[in-house]
Design a protein around this ligand. Structure first.
Ligand code: ADP
Ligand code: G6P
Length: 542
């Protein structure tokens, strides 16, 4: 039995967050214990810190573990490690995960929500599992819920849950927030279960979206598919006397956490490493001897043991251009481009790589002088579209590196592991330019994290106009991510911008991000929920 179940004599109401994925995962250790690992993704990043700092807040979600792979003792150890961190894990079978998570959530809803309807698969079997698993989440919540509690449901995996909860408990406040875009009715109506999904989320008292545009799309869907109008205050009168309210709540980041973490010794070491590797500052990885043209210097270099580079340069200058130019007085300054993503087709990675390739083609003066650190962690590997994308990105990186690499310079450093926050901040801090070019994104937190890691200093952001963040970050180099030529030009301009100008632009954007953090976002949503919900006392269950 879960340690948080029942009243335990305590009647204080609580906040219970519910999402498919918990903010942390567990890694088995050799001694049989489990270590916590922060999960990747905007939802975990934004709400994780709120949950850890509010000691009365619980989080219910999928454990990520298949019970068939574990002994009962292991399951108990997993459960109790999660509970020590106020997380209540749900165990789903492989079949349930295939239908609910890989299937309906990520193969049907995710592409539809991101305007990739050509990738959406409509399968009645996965819909059935999706509905069933939404019920399982309600079952997992039932023993935890107390009178007056707030249940805050997250994202597209649990769109039926708000109404299931409303039918089962009428003495709680129910919020729902969508972390991805909401599409236009033309796209959403192609979903065979579009009406059921709308009715499902309308069970909430408050429905939140990242932008006003997504709110408008949702209202149009409700009007066209359910024939219900929304009034000017965002109220939607649903059957049975319930009124749902819709509004926009643009999500933020924990700005100070990123600013602070950038100063940690690991982040600084990471930054230093990248700066040395890319030739931004001299280090052991670069042989500076070839900057000297004179034979005296060459002789000195030979004496100091770097005879090989000189020799190769004489025979094959095209392979050592980077090295010889790297510290030469007339050469371009060396620069670092960075990006951090889950490997997802909505992030526009192939298009971005083509824009980088185009830069090297169109502006060859950058060859040897710009190094791209591409951090892209594989995601949702059970879904075929993601497997294809991984192959495509692997091939493109290989192709570009093969085409442009030199003896001491590789254009793209491709890292596919998921890194903790400290090294991620180090990568952001090392980036003269961040390339954040999703084809579609609800908000995109990476853009904001990059700016927080450049607090008070230079660093240029190239940002897609297809994400919510573009509405707040207008001083960035805004691009249409499908337009390779435009992205290439923006990248070139971003590499050339003066530190004074980029610091000035960043200051304006940083002020906005600082004012709207993840903490103020959580508080703003929960305050608004309190205003619109009025948990009744005529208890159906308690
Ligand atoms: P999404 O939620 O679609 O993944 P966001 O940009 O909103 O996109 O949020 C991504 C979050 O996950 C950010 O906090 C980012 O730092 C983190 N993240 C993404 N990719 C990685 C990675 N490869 N390693 C570590 N953290 C990552
Ligand atoms: C996006 C979704 C989240 C999801 C995250 C990571 O941010 O909005 O709900 O958790 O991606 O994806 P995953 O499938 O690994 O949970």
């Amino acid at each position: 039995q879960c340690r948080f179940a029942g009243g335990n004599g305590d009647t204080m109401s609580r906040l219970i967050i519910v999402s498919n994925r918990l903010p942390v995962s567990l890694d088995a250790q050799p001694d049989g214990s489990y270590a916590l690992r922060q999960n990747v993704g905007g939802l975990a990043t934004a709400i994780g810190p709120y949950h850890s700092s509010h000691h009365d807040c619980l989080w219910v979600g999928w454990s990520g573990e298949d019970p068939a792979d574990h002994t009962p003792e292991e399951i108990e150890a997993i459960r109790s490690t999660y509970e020590e961190n106020r997380c209540i894990p749900l165990f789903l079978s492989a079949e349930q995960v295939a239908g609910f998570y890989a299937g309906f959530s990520n193969n049907t809803l995710w592409p539809l929500m991101h305007d990739f309807s050509h990738e959406a698969v409509f399968d009645p079997g996965t819909w059935e599992t999706y509905s069933h698993v939404n019920q399982l989440f309600a079952d997992a919540l039932a023993p935890l819920i107390r009178k007056g509690d707030t249940v805050w449901v997250q994202d597209y995996h649990l769109m039926l849950l708000p109404n299931i909860l409303r039918q089962r408990f009428n003495n709680i406040s129910i919020g729902w927030f969508l972390h991805v875009p909401f599409p236009s009715p033309e796209i959403f109506r192609s979903l065979p279960q579009s009406r059921e999904i709308l009715k499902g989320v309308l069970g909430a008292d408050l429905l939140g979206f990242h932008t006003v545009d997504f709110v408008e799309n949702f209202k149009s869907c409700v009007q066209q598919l359910l024939d219900i109008e929304t009034d000017d205050a965002g109220h939607i009168a649903v059957d049975g006397g319930h009124t749902a309210t819709v509004d926009a709540f643009p999500i933020g980041i924990d700005y100070n956490l990123y600013r602070r973490t950038t100063r940690s010794s690991l982040a600084r070491a990471m930054r230093r490493g990248i700066e040395e590797q890319s030739g931004k500052r001299p280090g052991r990885h670069h042989d500076t001897s070839l900057s000297a043209e004179s034979s005296a210097a060459a002789e000195a270099a030979t004496k100091s043991g770097s005879w090989w580079s000189h020799h190769v340069h004489e025979e094959l200058p095209e392979l050592t251009l980077a090295q010889s130019a790297m510290f030469g007085k007339d050469s371009k300054p060396n620069k670092v481009v960075v990006s951090v993503d889950r490997l997802d087709y909505t992030k526009g990675l192939p298009e971005r790589l083509r824009a980088f390739e185009r830069l090297l083609e169109k502006y060859p003066e950058w060859i040897g002088h710009v190094t791209y650190y591409l951090l892209a962690t594989p995601s949702r590997g059970d879904v075929e579209t993601y497997q294809r994308l991984k192959q495509q990105v692997d091939q493109l990186v290989g192709k570009i590196n093969g085409r442009f690499s030199m003896l001491a310079w590789t254009p793209i450093h491709y890292i596919t592991r998921s890194l903790p926050i400290k090294p991620v901040c180090g990568i952001y801090a090392a980036g003269d330019v961040a390339l954040v070019t999703p084809l579609r994104d609800g908000m995109n937190l990476v853009a904001k994290e990059y700016l927080a890691c450049h607090d008070g200093r230079d660093g240029a952001l190239v940002l897609s106009d297809m994400c919510g963040a573009a509405e707040e970050l207008g001083e960035a180099f805004i691009v249409n991510p499908y337009d390779i030529e435009m992205t290439c030009e923006a990248l070139h301009d971003a590499l050339e911008i003066s530190p004074e100008e980029s610091t000035r632009r960043n200051r304006a954007m940083q002020a906005r991000i600082k004012a709207r953090t993840a903490g103020t976002w959580c508080a703003g949503f929960l305050d608004a929920l309190l205003q619109v919900s009025n948990p009744g006392l005529d208890d159906k269950r308690l």
